[in-house]
Design a protein around this ligand. Structure first.
Ligand SMILES: C[S@@+](CC[C@H](N)C(=O)[O-])C[C@H]1O[C@@H](n2cnc3c(N)ncnc32)[C@H](O)[C@@H]1O
Length: 352
């Protein structure tokens, strides 16, 4: 069996490539910190199964999320001087401080090992919004928006955020949720997005009105990405005041029930970093349903499928759009998994 420490060092290399140097340092320091008698440390060292199993369980993210949650709750003030925005500590210094910290809040940390992290990345709205702007420009219609794998539904509220797409300012300009991806390539059409109806589904919908749920979502954001931290805090505060409706269930049955064209408006199915988690049968049913009803959608009741998903491991994600009645799948852009960098490939043709 592979040494349990390996997955921490592997995660550290991944964090480096994702531009998170503190998380990389933390993951490299943790094997040296998880050597004590605390139940938290022992359970990690004795995690059942092999390395692949631990990776699948997102064990490292459970650990870093646990520490961050307890620290953010103010119960580990000794770590504040070592976590961002403080200067980066040395690895051994961090490991020693973590080991002492873990021993002092063992009981607080333990429950976090019990479930895999569930996230909702609002930065992805930076690539979904120009997708909706493209749909709005091409149809000239209002939008009914349906999201599968919506998590807490933060991206369902994407018209509430302020955007800067390489100088093109869109969305709600006064919003505290500011999304400014590094923008390359073409400009998206400056079409106004008017959403008249929105609804999501998730196997495990997260309730943004629940304080503990909001705290958990915050805990999984990497602490050295301050812009993400600020943005998620702002998005959660706004969503708590106006929660998006998210049903509990599997994406396929829900898509079959809700995705039907309506006259005078465009009906949109949207998802980001979700499809890969759906069972193969659900993916097939969604594809079959969208193709079947898309191909019979009347011209005055168009149907759209906006997808932000992995195309190849380790490569930029694809933002694809299929708009019926035409029904041709187009690559709109390439994007970083968190939406921090976007290369827009598509110039939309306005409605004529
Ligand atoms: C990585 S998260 C992405 C969440 C969100 N779309 C985002 O971009 O931040 C994937 C989501 O898919 C949900 N999920 C997984 N399988 C599902 C299924 N069969 N039906 C509906 N949702 C599912 C998970 O619960 C999780 O919230």
């Amino acid at each position: 069996m592979t040494d349990w420490r390996t997955i921490f060092h592997e995660q550290a290399r991944w964090c480096e490539t994702m531009g998170a140097p503190f998380m990389a340092l933390l993951c490299d320091a943790l094997p040296g910190a998880l050597t004590g008698d605390a139940d938290f440390s022992r359970r990690i060292r004795e995690w059942p199964g092999d390395e692949a199993h631990a990776t699948k369980d997102a064990l490292v993210m459970r650990v870093t999320g646990a520490l961050n949650a307890v620290r953010r709750a103010g119960r580990l003030p000794q770590l504040d001087a070592l976590y961002p925005p403080a200067a980066m500590p040395g690895r051994d210094q961090l490991a020693a401080a973590l080991k002492a910290a873990i021993a002092s809040v063992d009981a607080d940390l333990l429950p976090w090992l019990g479930s895999a992290p569930q996230t909702n990345e609002v930065g992805r709205s930076g690539a979904l919004m120009p997708g909706l702007m493209t749909i709005a420009a091409e149809t000239g219609l209002t939008i009914r928006l349906f999201e599968v794998g919506a998590s807490a539904g933060l991206n369902l509220r994407l018209d509430d955020y302020a955007y800067d797409f390489g100088g093109l300012k869109m969305g709600n300009r006064s919003s505290a949720v500011r999304i400014r991806p590094i923008w390359r390539g073409m400009q998206p059409p400056a079409a106004e997005v008017r959403i008249t109806e929105r609804r999501g589904v998730d196997l495990n919908p997260l309730d943004v009105t629940d304080e503990a749920t909001r705290a958990a979502l915050m805990a999984y954001v990497w602490p050295d990405q301050q812009e993400r931290v600020t943005r998620l805090e702002a998005a959660l505060a706004r969503a708590a005041a106006d929660p998006p409706p998210i049903d509990r269930g599997d994406a396929a049955a829900w898509t079959e029930r809700h995705l039907h064209p309506a006259p005078g408006t465009v009906t949109v199915l949207m998802h980001s970093v979700a499809l890969q988690y759906f069972p193969a049968d659900s993916q097939r049913r969604i594809h079959d349903h969208m193709t079947r009803i898309g191909n019979t959608a009347p011209a005055d009741a168009p149907l759209a499928w906006l997808s932000y998903e992995m195309a190849e491991v380790g490569k930029p994600m694809h933002v694809d759009l299929t708009l019926w009645p035409a029904g041709e799948k187009r690559l709109l852009g390439l994007t970083h998994p968190h939406g921090t960098e976007i290369e827009w490939r598509h110039a939309a043709s306005p409605k004529n």
